[in-house]
Design a protein. Sequence first.
Length: 179
Amino acid sequence: MQGWIRNLLAESGFELPQSIVMLEWKGRPILPPSPPRDVHLRPMVETDLSTVTEVDAEAFVPFWHNSLDTLRRAFSQAVVATVAESDAVVVGDQPSTENPTGAHLARLAVRKEAQGVGLGAALVAELIVQMRQCGAIRISVNTQNDNYASLKLYQQMGFTRTGEEFPVYCTQVDASPGG
């Protein structure tokens, strides 16, 4: 981003709280992690979407929440979409879209109480296995530069930064009439 636009945004009250970084997996062999014993992975179905919306709301701060409509569109475009269930309750999910060389991991969400036990890694590993079977040689993903848990997970799964980084500028908007 050129300096003049950064200056214009700063002068207009926009702040730069974070950036989006791109990572990619280029076919490195990995041993796919297995989900915890009480967790079952299965293909996502349309009736999962309301629960997936709840998972999304628990997994992310409000700025990054996806609505049911957004998740419905992501699901309709997904080449692979998987949910993780524990005691018949969806505790994690991932929809991924196809591209010419493989896939893009569009979203990875795990409920707060289920984080830290390997569900994210199991969902990513399942995506890698499925995409390998389709002959994919590359999987991309993006995340926030300050989402250290995500960055660590993706790097442990064999993803590397591409060098692409996109700034996220924010400002407060007065929603009151006439304001």
